[in-house]
Design a protein around this ligand. Structure first.
Ligand code: ADP
Length: 498
């Protein structure tokens, strides 16, 4: 986007979409919240309020769940076949692409991510996810089973699980929402989406597109609000059949307990403290930038961030120097500036949290090789940070920081088993990264690592077709791929006496 076009778009947003009185999208209509209270939405690059959205409460959530239930039980949605649902999903994907530049800009202004990442990754990735999942609509079927009792005819049906409560975080607002809505729609479920209170704006844009492309009322409802009361009411609601949650491990644990009332199904994508293992034979030309962007990308606010950097002692200094050099050279700035490589953290709270982690590292004996401080005095920018002299007993090595802070540690072992034990020495298990030319080492380690995704010689990224999720306290279940789609079905056995 060239500068004059960007200026025009920013002005149009300021006087148009951002200035609107945003409402809740329930049953295909835009309505006020019961409380009439609003949430200030802030641009993290400036700290300024850019828009206001409704703060829903339990009564609003109840309305949305009722609308989703009606849409699931009666109305046009249950009468549609897979192809008809897929057609609507493709229309939504096309509409997202048509308004992609503007929606990308909204994502950048609300979340802080660089524009290119917002346009290609967030918007483009979301459109692809819709198209990928549209492919499953009508294609997940049961089977005919010949049981022990040969005088029965037995088969299974795959049926939509029902009303899905989707609760999403602020780090990738639009793709996280789509990752839940797309497979749910494909299965024939209906959805109540509660986006993160910090980043609700692209969800509202999505609601407008859902309306425009003619997805029936109540199929997707979008209710903005805080975790408590809105998210909480959704999790506790007795008429919600499944919760699909992405967020912190602490909130995930709470959700497990709060959803027990009706034993709703729960899938959780939670935090991580993912190891990056660099061996001496690795292609360091690739491994060094890979390790750097694996922690500095999206300012480290990425659940799969490679935050524990383990480097073989023979190349330790070279790798740490390289990552440090990249940290110094990285263009930190507002996402709307074309040269920006790393945007701000999401909020003052997050900036305080990340800087206090660095402080705790210092107090526990870590060396700050580069960074460690806030960057500038406007917005919530943080310097890309490398910590050395770190060890397993430090909070910075054990806890998820969710910021651009990496802990570098040497690998002194040659033994794969021991290296795997070190990499697995965390309560999390989301991702792991291996850099080596020795494929035997790579595959042996891949088997041993407790991680939902193991990437060798470059990050797997997030792909709608590839299962994604965590071992241990990184979550329950897998999102994306066939396995992700399966979450939105129940299996029914039908057995007929012959
Ligand atoms: P963070 O602490 O980084 O904001 P959270 O896990 O709290 O991460 O937030 C992820 C999502 O979970 C957000 O949409 C938030 O509103 C929601 N949330 C927070 N607390 C609750 C809760 N008690 N019940 C349901 N949703 C919640």
């Amino acid at each position: 986007m060239n500068a004059p076009v960007l200026t025009d778009r920013l002005k149009a947003l300021e006087t148009g979409f951002f200035a609107e009185t945003h409402k809740l999208f329930i049953d295909g209509k835009w309505i006020d919240s019961e409380s009439g209270q609003t949430i200030d939405v802030i641009n993290p690059a400036t700290g300024q309020v850019i828009a206001k959205v409704q703060a829903a409460n339990a009564a609003d959530i109840d309305k949305a769940v009722k609308a989703a239930r009606r849409a699931f039980e009666s109305g046009p949605w249950p009468a549609m076949n897979g192809t008809e649902r897929a057609k609507l999903m493709w229309r939504l994907a096309d509409a997202l692409e048509e308004e992609g530049d503007e929606i990308g800009l909204v994502e950048t202004l609300n979340n802080g991510m660089p524009m290119m990442m917002a346009r290609m990754g967030a918007v483009g990735g979301s459109a692809n996810n819709l198209r990928y999942n549209a492919g499953w609509a009508g294609k997940i079927n049961g089977e005919t089973i010949v049981g022990h009792n040969l005088s029965r005819h037995t088969y299974t049906l795959k049926q939509p699980v029902g009303v899905v409560g989707a609760i999403t975080p602020w780090n990738f607002p639009l793709p996280m929402a789509i990752a839940k809505i797309a497979p749910a729609m494909a299965a024939g479920c209906t959805v109540v989406l509660k986006p993160a209170e910090l980043t609700p704006l692209t969800a509202i844009r999505l609601g407008k597109l859902i309306e425009r492309v003619g997805i029936p009322p109540g199929v997707v409802n979008i209710v903005t609000g805080y975790g408590d009361p809105a998210g909480k009411a959704l999790v506790e609601h007795p008429d919600v059949d499944r919760i699909s949650f992405t967020g912190s491990t602490a909130t995930g644990k709470w959700i497990v307990q709060a959803s027990a009332g009706n034993l709703k199904r729960v899938s959780l994508e939670l935090g991580g403290k993912s190891p990056v293992l660099i061996f001496p034979d690795a292609d360091l030309e690739k491994a060094i930038p890979g390790a750097a962007m694996g922690i500095f990308g999206n300012a480290g606010q990425v659940c799969v961030a490679g935050s524990r950097l383990y480097v073989h002692k023979d190349v330790f200094d070279k790798v740490v120097d390289g990552v440090t050099g990249m940290a110094k050279a990285l263009r930190v700035g507002p996402g709307i500036e074309a040269e920006t490589q790393m945007g701000p953290l999401i909020s003052q709270r997050q900036l305080d949290r990340v800087t206090s982690y660095v402080q705790s590292g210092r107090e526990q004996g870590a060396e700050v090789v580069v960074g460690g401080e806030r960057s500038g005095n406007q917005g919530y920018f943080m310097q890309p940070t490398v910590l050395a002299e770190t060890n397993r007993d430090m909070r910075v090595v054990q806890e998820e920081i969710f910021g651009p802070v990496v802990c570098a540690m040497p690998i002194n072992d040659e033994d794969i088993e021991q290296i795997a034990r070190t990499a697995n020495d965390t309560t999390y298990g989301l991702a792991a990264y291996i850099w080596t030319r020795d494929m035997s080492v790579a595959h042996k380690l891949a088997r041993k690592l407790q991680a939902g995704t193991v990437s060798v010689n470059g990050s797997a990224g997030i792909d709608a077709a590839v299962p994604f999720g965590g071992y241990k306290q990184s979550g329950w279940g897998r999102e994306n791929g066939h396995e992700g789609a399966e979450h939105f079905y129940e299996t029914k056995t039908v057995s007929v006496a012959l």
